[in-house]
Design a protein around this ligand. Sequence first.
Ligand SMILES: Cc1ncc(C[n+]2csc(CCOP(=O)(O)OP(=O)(O)O)c2C)c(N)n1
Ligand SMILES: [Mg+2]
Length: 886
Amino acid sequence: MKETNKAESTPGWLEHVQFVVEAALKDSDNHLIPFYDELVTRLRESGINIPAIVNTPYVNTIRPEDEPPYPGDLAIERRIRSYIRWNAMAMVVNANRELHGIGGHISTYASAATLFEVGFNHFFRARTENHPADIVYFQGHASPGIYARAFLERRIDEPELDNFRQELGSGKGLSSYPHPYLMPAFWEFPTVSMGLSPLMSIYQARFNRYLAARGFVGGEEPRVWCFLGDGETDEPESLGSLTLASRENLDNLTWVVNCNLQRLDGPVRGNGKIIQQLESIFRGSGWNVIKVIWGTDWDPLFEADRRGRLVQRLGEIVDGVFQKMTVEPGSYARKEVFGRDAEMMELVNHLSDEQVRKLRRGGHDPRKVFAAYDAAIRHRGAPTVILAKTIKGYGLGEGGEGRNVTHQQKAMNEKELREFRSRFEIPMDDADVVNTPFYRPAPGSTEHRYLIERRMDLGGFVPERRVEVAGLDVPPLSDFSEFLRGSRSEVSTTMGFVRLLGMLLRNKQIGRRIVPIIPDEARTFGMDPLFREIGIYSPKGQVYEPVDSASLLYYKESKDGQILEEGITEAGAMSSLIAAGTAYATHGIHMIPFFIYYSMFGLQRIGDLVWAAADMRTRGFMLGATAGRTTLNGEGLQHQDGHSHVLASTVPTLLAYDPAYAYEVAVIIREGMRRMYQNGEDIFYYLTLYNENYTMPEMPEGVESGILKGLYRFRGGAEGKTHKAHILGSGPLLNHALRAQTILADQYDVSADVWSATSYKLLRNDALGARRWNMLHPESEPRVSYVESVLGSETGPFVAVSDYMKIVPDQVAPWVPGGLITLGTDGFGRSDSRSRLRRFFEVDAETTVIATLWALAREGRVAMDTVSKAIRDLDVNPEKEFPFVV
Ligand SMILES: Cc1ncc(C[n+]2csc(CCOP(=O)(O)OP(=O)(O)O)c2C)c(N)n1
Ligand SMILES: [Mg+2]
């Protein structure tokens, strides 16, 4: 390789660089940031391939001279903000005085107050006839501040504040965090499981574009705001989908990261700088980054620092030191920041130590925050993140401000309260302060008028959850006759579902509202024909000729495509389901999402998002395909799902079904649409779908209601047998129950009725409800649960078999006469054929026969040696391996 002679080649061009730098400095008062991108572009155009610069100096992105004038009255807004600060603190302190240990957070809102309040006074729009509501995700544990503002707005009153975190006493309590399920007229977006709301906000912004592209909404776009903590960015979900937002040019999305440098236990990046680290991640991911680090107090210091030494020094100091500057006297900051030499000291010689300590951070300066928001909403082509530096526990005094323990602080002593009161000028005397009463300006006062006017200008109050949507007419069951008739050929429930989806997509009334959501598995489920039929949503359309363009079923992307092809992200797909399944509230439009995926990678992997979906009153369908630990046969331990129904049983508003036949799928989905979109019930559905092919029977007469309730008799046992038994089967193992029925009748003189158990979860909840009612109404006529009403008059024994863990059928055992013997797929999966797997897990027809005979033998109806004979005859090895683990 040719060596360049540095000594000879550098001086000429270095001089030019020096010239450029000096000119830039002169032009821009030390703030080189705007020049960076320009410089890089120019250099690249000249063929010099320098890498992207992902970090800029540790100063504000927006130069003081570029800041717009502040549109509000800073003094009034400060008073309003101070009152909110006080009330937010007081509600936590009071609640904990009332109920020790009830919890709540003071320090997070204390750091976020200005970030929120600039938004409330100048940006967040509510829904009016002219524009949609902005979508705002508030940092969850800052909720006291949001309640405190609603108190000043006179949307909530003292009894509610008094009952923060006491939801069950007076009926006027406030939920700990944003929970639409608990406060459905107030909170819109659950945020407190960290990392989920940043992720959801991206998919929400994207879904808003999808709705517009498909003609469901028009006019002004809502802005999606997401407020998150700097510690929260540690969650992989927070940053995991950044590039979707930039790829799809989501300039309708603004994130505000409250960089108070602390999380719960201590510093976020004590040994580094979280703002700089996040800047490089976001810039590298194509986001527009606006840093709001320093308040107005710093402007003259930067101005005086002609040689850029202050900027350089600030760039060197790590967050641990910045945090310490908050808790130490100003002499510490003077030494750390300016202590290098006389020239640096000169910058702050005119300031007292206390003034140096209080030099404000950008996130506490409404002018800087406003400038950032204003620039963010004007930015085109990419989402914006605002990295705002704040102090955790701002204003809480010695006990809390900047301390590592501040996150947990729930009480303030008298001195701290008095200081807080004085610092924020709350009109309250010393005697009152200790009781932390709530304070709000009277109606008609300057502050109240201002506050209300600002909100009315922006269309109303935020947050507010308003559901204004008319019910949909969903197709009658007769439209589904194709699925009720059964099939001549062998098909799977997955194929049945895909066909059903196709039919729904063609339906005039609801077809357009359906949102198929797939994380890169459409081909696995046989859904690829839909690509061509309804297209894959892509804001860029399709700028390339697809490799399969000659085929009938080519991979078609289009601007108004209907499918959300998410790529390999169940978390993203679930976020899309949430956005679509809450469009009835967010946009006043019913959308019907069908999210289909590998069942193993659903509730197990993204259970917390499913929980958030329930909290958010999501409506829609989750379809766990390739279900069943033995039905998905070759894939082994990591793929074979035998427990998603256990997990589904934990989600309160999720109706979980394990259907065996296509007509069951049809009945369940049609009823789901009726309940969710016609009746307006805030529930959602989980159906497991299998890939085993068999002929689908015709729907027997009168079983609809049993399918929906969770159990019906599918086929009665043979006549004229000596013994009676019952087998409950689910999913494809219903077929094994039927085979067992035949063996029992032919070889063992047993008439076994076979029942299809579509939902043990629903059966159990119904039974629990009846039992509870009876307990509390001991002298009334007892209620009879559904499962007791259908099984009560039958003589047992009862055996259940499914492709799920035994605990799934066991859910109803207490209400089954004589109890239930359950076969199921506990343990890790294995790769092998279905028949071997079913023998291994002991859920096949033969084991079902043995279980039934043993159950009869235990009741003394057949002899134990009949069971032994069956074990031999059916070639089951009693010493075989079995997958119990612990
Ligand atoms: C998924 C999840 N894990 C843990 C917590 C508990 N938690 C609540 S707040 C918090 C610290 C938050 O730090 P940060 O995001 O920096 O917010 P700040 O309060 O500093 O503004 C933690 C760990 C949670 N709410 N969610
Ligand atoms: Mg933090």
